[in-house]
Design a protein around this ligand. Structure first.
Ligand code: FAD
Length: 446
């Protein structure tokens, strides 16, 4: 059984427009740029390259089909979070870099909205805003601290909602207040990745699906990408394999995959919908390290994700189905919205996102600029990745722009240690995060 056949069907797949899957690579081809991975990052890089330099020969190689990875199965939150959390980013990188990263993320959202409008893309986009809700006094204190930090950095647009104000938007007995960020949105992730594929192909990029790159060799100043039935000789290479990057020889230490699960209910009845409010349809996350994230789908189902995520030992990728996590999420719907307790679940799935050693996105070059890569969106790549594609395009073309000058591009980053130290380290960090969640979940005063 291929990874694609083993993949758990997800709600967004029903939005797939019929499309002929591109044939696998057969034989040997020579190109200017070869891109590994047909998710948001790889496809937007291909589109940007062809839009900027139409004469370039650009191929995208995808081991399964377009959007097989996180891009075709995420929750569709279009948000400004950069890296794991605001507090961690400030501790690791300081206030100026947090401010610059936040402005980058605002630019990413604006850029995504511009692309939707310019190309008239129907991706079920809603500028619904984002709510970070507190479910214990300790989370309330942390969220208020984040708002204070943002204000200190001169970043506006965040507002604390008290219990009553929040209940006026969404009704849950677990909410003690929350932060509203109106500038965020929700998208249909499948339609967005298909739209990016359409733009890349429409501008003349070549796509090979069911074509896994097993090896990337450097030979005589060129790259040779080895696949099952053919090779690509390329002047430049872009690694856009995200949570799978460690499986490509030579790229092991750049990132590791972390798995997260999602369930989606049957459509809510008008009575169920009325019982929870949520007229503004905001995307919602709670304050945990292992956060829950939830939203309404275009046809008014509840998508509930997150909770007990994990980093697999040795970077193994067979964890899309996690019955324990699904059970937790189903129960969590009933805890958050008691009127929905027992609502039938129609879809369950999971997938991998990419984490770097310091939980911070990393875009960089290798081989003196002949190769470029992007990893570590840490579960927050929907808004960011199309703009990361612009950065990768600039890097590949050797252009110095305001985007390539950003502090997280070509930053010095800690490599992940070899196994088993890497996996053991990840286990220790995730255990500490879970302990912190347990401590904060206890509904006591701060
Ligand atoms: C369950 C889940 C929910 C999420 N929810 C959100 C959210 O709501 N908001 C948000 O901002 N972010 C979210 N994310 C993260 C977001 O989806 C990702 O950051 C984003 O999709 C990454 O896009 P990408 O193109 O870099 O990677 P991917 O979409 O993972 O694409 C990488 C592609 O590379 C291919 N590939 C890998 N190895 C090879 C190889 N050797 N040869 C050829 N092809 C290869 C893979 O098959 C894959 O298609 C979520 C992630 C998950 C898993």
């Amino acid at each position: 059984m291929t990874a694609e056949q083993a993949r758990v069907a997800n709600y967004w797949d029903a939005s797939k427009k019929p499309r002929t899957v591109a044939p696998p690579l057969a034989g040997d081809v020579s190109v200017d740029v070869a891109i590994i991975g047909a998710g948001y990052t790889g496809l937007s890089t291909a589109y940007q390259l062809k839009a900027t330099e139409p004469s370039l020969k650009v191929v995208v190689l995808e081991s399964e089909t377009v959007g097989f990875g996180a891009s075709g199965r995420n929750a569709g939150f279009v948000m400004t979070l950069f890296g794991a959390s605001l507090g961690l980013m400030k501790t690791l990188h300081g206030k100026d870099k947090v401010r610059a990263a936040h402005h980058y993320m605002e630019r990413c959202i604006a850029g995504l909205e511009e692309m939707l409008a310019k190309h008239k893309l129907d991706c079920d986009y809603e500028r619904s805003g984002f709510l970070k809700v507190a479910t214990s006094p300790r989370y309330a204190a942390r969220i208020k601290d984040e708002i204070a930090l943002l204000e200190e950095l001169g970043i506006e647009g965040y507002r604390w909602l008290n219990v009553g104000e929040l209940a006026g938007r969404v009704r849950s007995p677990t909410f003690l207040g929350g932060c509203l960020e109106p500038g965020c949105g929700l998208i249909n992730p499948r339609k967005w990745v298909d739209a990016l594929a359409g733009l890349a192909l429409g501008h003349g990029a070549q796509l090979y699906e069911r074509t896994r790159v097993g090896e990337v060799r450097r030979e005589g100043g060129k790259f040779r990408l080895v696949t099952a039935n053919g090779t690509v000789t390329a002047d430049k290479v872009v690694f856009a394999a995200n949570g799978y990057t460690h499986l490509i020889p030579g790229m092991r230490s750049k990132q590791l995959p972390a798995f997260v699960s999602i369930v989606v209910t049957e459509p809510l009845t008008p009575e169920q919908r009325a019982s929870i409010g949520w007229a503004g349809r905001e995307g919602i996350e709670d304050g945990r390290n292992f956060m829950h994230f939830y939203r309404l789908t275009p046809d008014n189902r509840i998508l509930m994700g997150g909770g007990p995520g994990f980093v697999p030992f040795g970077g193994r990728m067979h964890h899309d189905a996690d019955p324990a996590a699904w059970k937790h999420l189903e129960e969590f719907i009933g805890i958050t919205f008691p009127t929905l307790r027992g609502i039938p679940i129609a879809y369950r799935w999971g997938g991998a996102f990419s984490v770097t050693a310091d939980s911070t996105p990393l875009i960089g070059t290798l081989h003196g600029g002949a190769a470029a890569y992007s990893v570590g969106c840490t579960g927050h790549g929907v808004a960011m990745t199309h703009m990361n594609g612009r950065i990768l395009c600039d890097l590949v073309l050797g252009r110095s722009t305001d985007l390539t000058d950003l502090w997280f591009v070509n930053r010095r980053a800690m490599p992940l240690p070899p196994e088993p130290i890497g996996s053991l380290g990840a286990k220790a960090v995730t255990a500490a995060m879970a302990l912190d969640d347990w401590w904060c979940d206890r509904r006591q005063s701060t």
